[in-house]
Design a protein around this ligand. Structure first.
Ligand code: OXT
Ligand code: ADP
Ligand code: MG
Length: 575
């Protein structure tokens, strides 16, 4: 068995190989070095073979987290992250992550074993029966099924190219059990494998689109640049920074683009966000969609007369919410190079009045923030806890920060500065809960660097069992649960009289730190700033899996955090 497990496919041999081996060879040939998953029928041997062949296999407790780890690996590396699941229920658990990856533009491939097509198609009740490929289609960038072992190489190649080319996204690859166990001779097998050449080819923007973009910016007195996670993904960090610094245009990073230029960069207008959006007369979007996070580009959040320049790889993104005066369709790396090449010194000059106004607003908000952070309420509020965390993290730019919750998300985003690109990983386009442990594991495995996950107590619950995975693989992950005892707040009173708690309440007295102790990690329970800072510093120095249960005032926080405007309220209900 062991011999067979690690035997490479040799074209001159007359031996037989099988679908399991072919899948592993196809992945290795395309530099896939990690698989995240949960094993069972029919893919257990696939995980074993992958591990024996040198691919790292990370086994999870739930497929959603494995999928999230794969997705964030794709975002960080520009190579598709791989998630491996069993049929029907395992597949569906992984689908949430695949759909989320597609929504966020992260390249990943969900590989799932599946049951006998003949039985599935006639709905005759096979073990874990589901028409998986068709179930996946609406939520994936593409869905493919391999029906013959000799097609495995092509199937994997198509999945890889589709995941990373154009706008990246999630791809589903269906591998029926009979294909995995089918045999074929090694010569045929070797010939069927594909090394994908240039999986995400450069897409050069049209020269006239570059001129148009530069013209819009030169005609502007109050220009603004919005950096999105597409810009972070593109890894064109130096050219983006050079363009911003040479033009002097103020910029605002979307949440996951924080750190593309350091948050303390003098041109950052993040602390004057609403004023900058409303007053800009020309806006350049670099890898950011005009979706709900940007108020759909509409007035009053934006000026109705502002002209928009948009850099995106997907032509159909243009004019999706409002007219784009200068669409630049291409990959951001190529587009930024072309913009820099076409930029004439002195032609783009933000008005000094504009820069002065932004500086003034910024100063006001920064002073307000400093006030919040200086207070030491007991029990702690979010600002107070985050002030302690901010101090410990200062000077440790390499650390990855995973973040989810509502107040725990919004306040962390504004308090914790990111000095380096692609270090902040959060709820993203859907504002989804449940990415926490999967993203933390994916980031730790991919980077080998420490990861801190700042989690609302509700948010943590969605993937909390993965602390066993974190401990099993001894990953340098520190989870900080900002525990205010509820979804948004912990002080809602019950509405009925049957003794049930109110819909938003959780247990403030929950001993989250004991969960990690059960698996051998370090647990801390803290209720004040000093102990939080000490615990965090100690956890970081130990490099061990740790969880800090941080008591936050149940009255701290607002319903839905910063997006309470999106939370419909019953006009009739007696609150
Ligand atoms: O310019 P102005 O004056 O306006 O000021 C702005 C900035 O300029 C300024 N600012 C600063 N000032 C000084 N210094 C600095 N450094 C600075 N930075 C900024 O501050 C203000 C505000 O700035 P901001 O935040 O940038 O601006 P704004 O206007 O808020 O930005 C708008 C947005 C939309 C871009 C931004 O708010 C944003 O990115 N929001 C993301 C929101 C989001 O995604 N939320 C998560 C979803 S909420 C809800 O859905 C939840 N659920 C339901 C659920 C979900 N989501 N998923 C699943 C699978 N099931 C259910 C649940 C269950 S949240 C949730 C759990 C919540 O409970 P937890 O216990 O986990 O969390 P707690 O809330 O902590 O209890
Ligand atoms: P944010 O949430 O940070 O605003 P979005 O996810 O809404 O960012 O937008 C990211 C955009 O970046 C998507 O429209 C996507 O097509 C685009 N994108 C992703 N990668 C690239 C790339 N390499 N070149 C150009 N555009 C890209
Ligand atoms: Mg909470």
């Amino acid at each position: 068995m062991a011999d067979k497990l690690d035997s490479p496919i040799k074209p001159d041999s007359t031996e037989l190989t099988d679908g399991f081996h072919l899948v592993v060879e196809a992945l290795k040939r395309n530099q896939i070095d990690t698989i995240y998953g949960v094993v069972g029928i029919p893919i257990t041997d696939l995980a074993r073979l992958a591990q024996a062949s040198g691919i790292r296999y990370i086994g999870f407790r739930h497929e959603q987290s494995a999928g999230n780890a794969a997705a964030i690996t794709g975002y960080l590396t520009q190579k598709p992250g791989i998630c491996l699941t069993v049929s029907a229920p395992g597949f569906l658990n992984g689908m949430v992550a695949l759909a989320n990856a597609t929504t966020n533009g992260f390249p990943m491939i969900l590989i799932s074993g599946s049951s006998d097509r003949a039985i599935v198609d006639l709905q005759q009740g096979d073990y874990e029966e589901l028409d998986q490929m068709n179930a996946a289609k609406p939520y994936a960038k593409a869905a493919y099924r391999v029906d013959r072992p000799e097609d495995i190489g092509i199937g994997v190649a198509r999945a890889i190219r589709t995941a990373v080319s154009g706008r990246p996204g999630g791809v589903y690859l269906d591998l029926p059990a009979h294909v995995l166990s089918a045999t074929l001779d090694v010569a045929t097998a070797a010939q069927s494998l594909v090394s994908v050449i240039d999986p995400a080819p450069r897409q050069l923007p049209a020269p006239e689109s570059i001129r148009r973009a530069l013209d819009v910016l030169s005609g502007s007195k109050r220009p603004l640049i919005i950096l999105g996670k597409g810009a972070a993904y593109s890894q064109a960090d130096a050219d983006i920074r050079a363009f911003i610094e040479r033009t002097g245009i103020p910029f605002i990073p979307m949440s996951m683009a924080k750190g593309l230029l350091p948050d303390d960069h003098p041109q950052s207008a993040a602390a004057a966000r609403s004023y900058a959006l409303a007053q800009a007369d020309a806006v350049m979007l670099i890898g950011a969609r005009l979706n709900w996070l940007l108020g759909h580009g509409k007035s009053p959040q934006w000026s109705a007369t502002a002209k928009f320049v948009q850099l995106d790889i997907l032509a159909s993104e243009m004019d999706s919410n409002r007219a784009i005066a200068a669409p630049v369709v291409g990959d951001i790396g190529s587009s930024m190079k072309a913009l820099l090449a076409g930029l004439q010194p002195g032609t783009i000059r933000p008005d000094s009045k504009w820069l002065g106004e932004l500086a003034q607003r910024k100063e006001r908000n920064v002073a307000r923030m400093a006030d919040h952070l200086a207070k030491t309420p007991q029990p702690m509020d979010f600002y107070s806890a985050l002030a302690a965390i901010k101090d410990v993290l200062a000077g440790q730019p390499e650390i990855y920060l995973v973040n989810e919750g509502a107040n725990a998300l919004d306040i962390t985003r504004n308090v914790i500065d990111m000095p380096l690109p692609r270090r902040r990983l959060d709820s993203g386009t859907w504002g989804v809960m449940g990415i926490g442990m999967g993203y933390a594991i994916g980031a730790a495995v991919t980077s080998g660097k420490p990861v801190i996950a700042i989690e609302g107590d509700s948010a943590f619950g969605f993937s909390g069992m993965e602390i066993e995975t974190i401990c099993r693989y001894k990953l340098p992950i520190i989870i900080i649960v900002l525990n205010n005892g509820g979804i948004y707040r912990g002080d809602e009173v019950p509405h009925g009289n049957n003794g049930d708690p109110a819909p938003t309440t959780l247990m403030p007295q929950a001993r989250y730190e004991q969960l990690i102790e059960a698996f051998g990690g370090n647990g801390y329970a803290v209720a004040d700033r000093l102990n939080l800072a000490t615990a965090l510093a100690e956890a970081l120095a130990s490099g061990r899996p740790s969880l800090i249960n941080c008591a936050i005032d149940p009255k701290a926080g607002t319903e839905s955090g910063h997006i309470s405007n999106l939370n419909p309220k019953s006009a009739l209900a007696k609150q």
